[in-house]
Design a protein around this ligand. Sequence first.
Ligand code: PRP
Length: 218
Amino acid sequence: MNEDRYLTFALGKGRLASKTLALLEQIGITCEEMKDKDSRKLIFVNEELKLRFFLSKGPDVPTYVEYGVADIGVVGKDTILEENKNVYEVLDLGFGKCRMCVCGPESARELLKHHERIRVASKYTNIAKDYFYNKKHQTVDIIKLNGSVELGPLVELSDVIVDIVETGSTLRENGLEVLEEICPLSARMIVNPVSMQMENQRIRKLITDIRKKLEENA
Ligand code: PRP
């Protein structure tokens, strides 16, 4: 272990990053300059604790961690499943809870039941493929979209979508519903496998401290 080495965190920009920083603060890890909401800065340092944080797009977090430019990452389980990188998932942080679901109009229920060759639109094409091909053994056509995926069935691009459902209001407001649940999701901490060995003590202590705090907060 090298005491002078900075431990680097990659955080997905937005709500997950704010919640992660709030949690880290509870175990005495702060980064004052990250609190400025208007800042466009991407890299922040806590010299005293020898920590470095950077903000990236959520789907890129596992990439930074796999390549070891970040030792630790915080990202949604959806991204971990979709990106399928060589990283250790070490902790469920409990926030950012939602579900990955197959959604569509009520009328699509029959198509799913009878294993019809349907069209599935999703931002999460790997998750959709794994679910339909490997779990349901159903041949489907997968169409990649980059957001506002609920449009798929509304404009008849697809029969159903595979997407994240949190409150369910996007579905309700668009006359769609959850047809099948794929898996529950939440924010997870991931670690680079080499960092886990090289910085074992520091990373283990961090995991233990966070786990304890999560138990206290529960
Ligand atoms: C996500 C997701 C759904 C919505 C679900 O979209 O893709 O559209 O949130 O939340 P709800 O159940 O609380 O309505 P996001 O806002 O991330 O944007 P996107 O559609 O561009 O992916």
